[in-house]
Design a binder for this molecule. Structure first.
Ligand code: PSU
Ligand code: MN
Length: 317
């Protein structure tokens, strides 16, 4: 494999798939999709199924999907089916998890790495893609502040503060401290918008019990808000939250029981750092007998669909 010189800047490391490059040239609607939820967030074969279903949902909405990952020192923007399968079936530990702080390490390694929300936002922005769909963003973990503080705050939040991309999710992941995550985003100047409901969606659950800082009735109003925010040139992203489909949503109380138990077990087991989120998601899947996986896959696909509608409306705005 050809070796990429160390000093190559980010934009020159992008390998944009032909279909994505064509859409960029034509000013057509595009949606970036991340890959950490494939490699670290969900088990096989649900992970590859949801990756394909998300791409199909973006297309059904009229936009072009661009799943982002890292391989051979390059940032791939748009993956073919073989690459999706390779990421989804890679043995545990063989695919790195690339966020802003680990981006250089992932590129320098020359191997496969999946991109988190922060790294995917960086890639999307560099490529010229303004809309991005994920499942749930990272945020302030329980115990990040206070006595025995871990300071575990996802780099997703800092990225939202500094990279002007619209991110569609089903709320911050339910394993997080949601009020603190919202405070952090407010401090860092990131609008948080719920679409079609008063509460911030609760990731596995439709609601979270926490009122949304900003509410819009539907995608049309969300489009106007995103266009206004990005047009201002403030430099920050905007977070759009749309709830998990009701048919597979976990009742809030049920989700909380599983989450509390998983959090206590993770603490007792000394799990920390980037391993925390994948560990918790996997444990919650066991504790809910797979119900969390059904919610997680459905919400990812739904976010991709909504992001596609948003990208189409933005391209026409
Ligand atoms: N959404 C999901 N599952 C996931 C993630 C999002 O439904 O696994 C990933 C995203 O890549 C996000 C990451 O950026 O989890 C957050 O990890 P951390 O808490 O270590 O920052
Ligand atoms: Mn962390």
């Amino acid at each position: 494999m050809e070796r990429i010189p160390a000093e190559v800047p980010l934009r020159e490391r992008l390998r944009v798939a032909p279909e994505v490059a064509d859409a960029l040239l034509a000013g057509g609607p595009l949606v970036a999709l991340e890959s950490t939820l494939i490699s670290h967030g969900l088990p096989y074969p649900q992970n590859v199924a949801v990756a394909r279903a998300s791409e199909a949902a973006v297309r059904a909405s009229g936009a072009i999907p661009a799943t982002v990952a890292i391989h051979g020192g390059r940032i791939l923007v748009g993956l073919d089916d073989a690459a999706l399968e390779a990421l989804a079936t890679a043995p545990a530990g063989s695919v790195l998890k690339a966020a802003r702080p680990s981006l250089a390490g992932a590129l320098a390694s020359g191997g496969w790495a999946a991109t988190t929300v922060s790294a995917t936002m960086i890639a999307a922005y560099a490529a010229g893609i303004r809309v991005f769909a994920t499942g749930g963003i990272g945020g302030v973990h329980h115990g990040a502040f206070g006595s025995r503080a871990t300071l575990d705050v996802s780099s997703d939040l800092e990225e939202l503060a500094r990279t002007p991309v619209a991110v569609v999710c089903a709320g911050p992941k339910a394993i997080l401290d949601l009020p603190m995550t919202l405070e952090y985003l407010e401090t860092r100047g990131v609008p948080v918008v719920a679409i079609g409901q008063e509460e911030v969606p609760g990731f596995y659950s439709t609601s979270s019990g926490v009122p949304a800082p900003h509410v819009v009735p539907g995608v049309a109003e969300a489009t106007w808000l995103v266009a206004t925010h990005l047009g201002l040139g403030l430099g920050s992203g905007i977070l759009l939250c749309t709830p998990v489909p009701a048919a597979v949503a976990l009742p809030l109380a049920d989700a909380r029981v599983a989450i509390e138990r998983a959090l206590a077990e993770a603490d007792a087991a000394g799990v920390h750092g980037p391993a925390t989120t994948p560990w918790l998601l996997a444990r919650i899947a066991e504790l809910t007998n797979g119900a969390s996986i059904r919610a997680n896959t459905a919400l990812i696909e739904n976010d991709a669909r909504i992001a596609g509608l948003l990208a189409v409306a933005l391209a026409e705005a």
